[in-house]
Design a protein around this ligand. Structure first.
Ligand code: NCD
Length: 322
């Protein structure tokens, strides 16, 4: 929250000016982003961000998010640079904020930042956000708003509604920024039947939302679900020993073709990637007719274009070619 107790990612008219988390994004903004992404999927303005430079700063590994933000910027006509963090001056001790200030002096207006510290990206927006737009591409186990937005877009596109859907999120919810953002987004769009499924030590102790129920058995947890959303075990964020072995996890919580039959016949399987075959799911599920995993990847490109476009719309300091 900003000094005035307003979410810093919104202006006084509740329009998006940074993208930091989904928790404080109003339904109207989420709906507008989904509509814009759907529109861009058909046709997009290829010179909209012609006067803009977008800097991607990824302090953690990424394939989908980095590539899609980079391509999204280029498709809208922007110049995009992907800073190579290990060979940048951060390795000489330059602080994150000084690195951003340096790039801002080089007239970068958008910063897409992934960082291992919870809250690092919001802190950047609070420090230099008056001059540039900041987009959170995942901070620690806290938030991954563009992923949740592309997931909501994918669900809406597939079912053409959010009403009466039952969504089961399976796996390492405790350490997953994707799960936290998705749960918040599902709540905002009004999904009432939400199950989280996994071993006790990979789920938070409590959930604030009364629409969320907790399951420790996969079959019961996905029974009659419309959406089965799988999460990768966040090994890099968990203490050793939380999961006895990948095999043991797969035996209890891995989604196989057989187990998927517990969900509705037309249920879809989603996963933010990277997938681990033989851990969260088997090949039959990953490559089967119910999988939307590559659709999510594609939609991510258009949702990220929509996020950049909407932010530019509400910032007088970002020159667009509308
Ligand atoms: C996710 C992430 O980095 O949080 N990946 C992604 O952005 N698609 C999920 C993960 O790493 O498990």
């Amino acid at each position: 929250m900003s000094r005035h107790n307003l979410p810093i990612q919104l202006n006084s008219e509740n329009n998006i000016i940074h993208c930091l988390e989904i928790q404080t994004l109003p339904l109207s903004v989420i709906e507008a982003l989904i509509a814009e992404a759907a529109q861009f999927l058909k046709k997009y303005p290829d010179n909209l961000l012609k006067k803009i430079t977008v800097a991607n700063l990824f302090f953690e590994p990424s394939t989908r998010t980095l590539t899609s933000f980079s391509l999204a910027a280029r498709k809208l006509g922007a110049t995009a640079i992907d800073l190579n963090i290990p060979s940048s001056s951060t390795s000489k001790g330059e602080s994150l904020i000084d690195t951003l200030r340096t790039l801002a002096a080089l007239e970068c207006q958008y910063f897409i930042v992934r960082h291992s510290d919870n809250g690092a990206v919001t802190k950047i927006a609070e420090t230099i956000g008056n001059h540039v737009a900041i987009i959170n591409a995942g901070d620690g186990s806290h938030a991954h708003p563009s992923q949740a937005l592309l997931d909501l877009f994918t669900i809406k596109e597939h079912f053409n509604r959010f009403d009466n859907l039952s969504v089961s999120i399976v796996g390492d919810v405790l350490h997953s920024r994707v799960a936290k953002s998705l749960l918040a987004g599902l709540k905002t769009v009004g999904i009432k039947k939400i199950r989280v499924v996994g071993p006790k030590n990979l789920l938070p102790k409590t959930f604030a939302d009364e629409n969320i129920t907790v399951y420790h058995e996969l079959e019961a947890g996905i029974k009659e679900a419309d959406v089965v959303y799988l999460l990768r075990l966040q090994k890099e964020r968990m203490q050793d020993g939380l999961v006895p072995s990948f095999d043991a996890y797969f035996n209890k919580f891995g989604v196989t073709g057989e187990r998927l039959k517990y969900a509705k016949p037309n249920a879809v399987v989603m996963h933010p990637g990277p997938i681990n075959r033989g851990v969260e799911l088997d090949d039959v599920v990953a490559d089967g007719r119910q999988s939307l995993i590559l659709k999510q990847v594609k939609n991510g490109l258009y949702m990220r274009m929509a996020i950049m476009s909407k932010i530019a719309q509400h910032r007088a300091d970002i020159p667009t070619c509308r």
